[in-house]
Design a protein around this ligand. Structure first.
Ligand code: FEC
Length: 317
């Protein structure tokens, strides 16, 4: 029996490896335009504030990818899955990941992004880059585009919301008194002109998790908008917190459904910036734990990859 070797390109945002790489990383995010000294100092200060020289996203992505490879190969029969990373803004870049799979000699590949919701500006960008390189190399590749309603993914988030609501209860706040804010990375508002599915997919995830937890006092809000002149999707969580305080809300739980790892946007934007804002407003504030290597999250990725592989087998029958 011939062994089927399938490459899996696991794509993620990427992060610098050391403080002296922040400038190159930021320049890449800004499409080749170097940041001003002030912008660079500001971003460097944010990294220093979270971890003082360590970049958690890299370790988290490494762990997610090696754990996923192990899981995919469990009971895989005559199929072998080979996982390689492809990062959007750092080494190994998306094209490097495709090349690494080609060097491994896989006959076909599946690409998946460590972000659950599709936007042409986010997941679409990863896919365009990977497809271009794969086409150059003649490597057939298919993609998982989103997994925002997968039952295991929803269960993982639900468990996290439940855990924090229990903490609030211990602190004296009944479930109905806690306002739950689901969040994701904002994008330029221009995505709405093209009917981009990103906002609706995020609302779908939020609705499902709220439904499973029985939470009725919830909303979806944006976070981490870019520092550019164009309008970004809102409202931003930092504008929403004072309004909630004015309305008499005293406890806020945030659940960043658009992110799957501990990284700058969670550890700084929520854990430092929002915590400080909440303290000033007299709000009790908490955030749900990140998914990182939760087996329910990795199980979601495995299921979606197998679905793509299986669809291909069925087609060729
Ligand atoms: O921990 C880390 O080192 C990396 C954290 C990080 C994640 C992340 C995820 C997303 N981003 C998305 C969109 C944009 C757009 C711009 C943009 C800018 C930045 C900057 C940093 C940064 N992002 Fe990010 N993002 C992370 C970090 N992001 C740093 C630059 C400084 C700043 O504005 O804060 C604007 C680019 C431009 O100027 O044109 C757009 C989206 C995601 C979630 C999906 C994904 O993970 O791919 C969407 C993690």
């Amino acid at each position: 029996m011939t062994r089927r070797r399938i490459g899996v390109l696991v794509m993620s945002y990427g992060t610098p490896e050391s403080m002296d790489q922040i400038e190159a990383y930021y320049t890449h995010i800004r499409h080749g335009h170097a940041p001003t000294p002030e912008q660079l100092a500001e971003l460097t200060a944010r990294y220093a504030a979270i971890v003082g020289g360590v970049f958690p996203l890299r370790e988290n992505t490494n762990r997610q990818v090696s754990e996923l490879e192990r899981l995919l190969n469990e009971n895989a029969g005559d199929t072998e899955f080979v996982c390689k990373q492809g990062l959007k803004h750092a080494f190994p870049f998306v094209a490097d990941g495709v090349e690494a799979l080609h060097r491994e000699g896989v006959e076909e590949a599946v690409g998946i992004v460590l972000a659950p919701h599709y936007s042409r500006m986010s997941i679409g960008g990863y896919i365009r880059e990977a497809r271009e390189k794969a086409d150059q190399l003649g490597l057939p590749i298919r993609f998982v585009e989103s997994y925002h309603t997968h039952p295991l993914f929803i269960r993982a988030l639900t468990e996290r919301v439940e855990a924090k609501l229990n903490d609030f209860a211990k602190a004296g706040y009944a479930r109905e008194e806690v306002r739950v804010l689901f969040t994701a990375h904002s994008l330029p508002a221009s995505i709405l002109e093209t009917g981009d599915p990103y906002p609706d997919q995020l609302l779908e995830t939020s609705r499902l998790v709220a439904g499973q937890t029985g939470v009725t006092g919830w909303s979806f809000v944006w976070q981490s908008a870019g520092r550019t002149a164009v309008p970004w999707l809102g409202p931003d969580i930092l504008e929403v917190l004072p309004k909630l305080a004015e309305e008499g809300v005293r406890a806020v739980l945030t659940c960043p459904v658009g992110f799957v790892s501990d990284h700058l946007e969670v550890l700084y934007d929520l854990d430092i910036e929002c915590v400080q804002a909440a303290e000033r407003l007299g709000l009790m504030f908490a955030r749900t734990e990140s998914l990182n290597t939760d087996p329910l999250y990795l199980g979601t990725l495995k299921d979606k990859i197998e679905e793509v592989v299986q669809a291909d087998v069925n087609k060729s029958r």
